[in-house]
Design a protein around this ligand. Structure first.
Ligand SMILES: NC(=O)c1ccc[n+]([C@@H]2O[C@H](COP(=O)([O-])OP(=O)(O)OC[C@H]3O[C@@H](n4cnc5c(N)ncnc54)[C@H](OP(=O)(O)O)[C@@H]3O)[C@@H](O)[C@H]2O)c1
Length: 333
């Protein structure tokens, strides 16, 4: 099969190579991948920026989520059969969806929404689960809450806005003026053009912030959070609690405790919570997303579809930071 690989961290371009179709274990299914999505973690994995949390052996096929057709089932698999249309986010140790086949655990997949094409379905798993885990599991968002979602026009933001609206919360988001109208259509109640306004001067007293940006933007979030509110970050620095739960070594726990000290301190001052989220695969939550999509409550937003043969173009576009929703890789030309 064809697969998009790297042979070392920091390699400039991904390479398309011929490799063996993976073999499945008892609890796995083999999926013929139809489409996959680009996520910034693919770029960070390629560059080696994730090495503290994820260290891989080379060569490495990149890619975290997919949609496709089941072609083989393991001996313990009864809930899926050959021919099922499924989608999923694979475990971090088993990445490799920029390829024609993937072996994936039955617990990490769900049946695809019936009203979506393969390209549309591939836009959901990683960003859908990330948003679900931030907004529902950690925040427990309700219709009484106000949430700020940073970068509402990005892969995560476009789903997060819609999921937040399912709970009835009031949603503010940041993006550029060019995206304001369509991001409002997704459900945002207030759109802040980050080129013209500082969000921390425009809004205040928020229950929650969903931070996709990290750095200075994350730092400013502590100015708008209510006491007892929560800031959930995807791109900030993991704190000691996360490091312990993730099972990192003692010295890495200490390293992250020191590196995240500023944010823990700001949280204490604001009497708010600071949570670093590293999303996890979850077939059951994905099945909940399938229901929401089939009910017409959320939909994928796709910027462009690029064939596997041109995958480097997709990496370069993602790196530009300007994607409007998701960049999809289509396996067959
Ligand atoms: N920890 C985890 O488990 C996890 C999971 C998912 C994602 N992430 C991380 O979350 C981040 C976002 O992911 P993504 O897939 O949404 O990225 P993305 O799709 O590449 O984001 C692109 C969008 O960001 C907007 N943007 C850029 N700078 C902005 C700013 N200063 N303020 C507001 N909007 C801005 C851009 O809009 P303009 O063109 O208007 O600038 C563009 O629409 C990435 O760093 C990713 O690695 C982490």
């Amino acid at each position: 099969m064809k697969a998009a690989m790297i042979h070392q961290y920091g390699q400039k371009n991904v390479e398309l190579v011929e490799t063996a179709i993976p073999t499945i274990q008892k609890n796995d299914v083999l999926v013929k991948i139809e489409a996959a999505s680009i996520n910034p973690i693919n770029l960070k994995t390629k560059s080696g920026a994730m090495k503290l949390l994820l260290k891989y052996q080379m060569p490495l096929t990149l890619g975290s989520d997919f949609s496709g057709i089941v072609t083989e089932v393991g001996q313990n698999v009864t809930d899926y059969k050959i021919g099922d249309r499924v989608y999923g986010r694979v475990q971090k140790e088993r990445i490799g969806t920029f390829a024609e086949y993937i072996a994936v655990a039955k617990t990490d997949i769900a049946l695809m929404p019936k009203n979506l094409s393969f390209e549309e379905a591939a836009a959901i798993p990683l960003v859908g689960l990330t948003s679900y885990q931030a907004l529902y599991d950690i925040m427990g968002l309700t219709d009484k809450d106000k949430v700020l979602i940073q970068a509402g026009s990005g892969g995560v933001g476009t789903i997060a806005i819609q999921l937040a609206k399912v709970s009835g919360a009031y949603v503010a988001t940041t993006t550029s003026e060019k995206n304001a109208a369509w991001v409002k259509e997704l459900g945002a109640d207030q759109v802040i053009d980050y080129h013209k306004e500082n969000f921390d001067e425009v809004i205040s007293d928020y229950d929650y912030v969903f931070d996709t940006m990290g750095g200075e933007i994350l730092e400013k979030s502590f100015k708008i959070i209510k006491p007892n509110g929560k800031i959930v970050t995807l791109s900030g620095i993991p704190d000691k609690k996360f490091a312990q739960e993730y099972g990192l070594s003692f010295w890495k726990q200490m390293l992250l405790a020191a590196a995240s000290w500023k944010f823990s301190h700001l949280a204490k001052k604001a009497q708010a919570g600071y949570h670093f989220l590293f999303m996890r695969p979850d077939g059951k939550q994905l099945a909940e997303l399938t229901k929401l999509i089939e009910a017409g409550k959320i939909r994928p937003i796709i910027d462009r579809v690029i064939p596997l043969a041109d995958i480097q173009e997709a990496f370069d576009y993602s790196e530009s930071g300007r994607a409007k929703g998701k960049i999809i890789i289509k396996m067959a030309d």
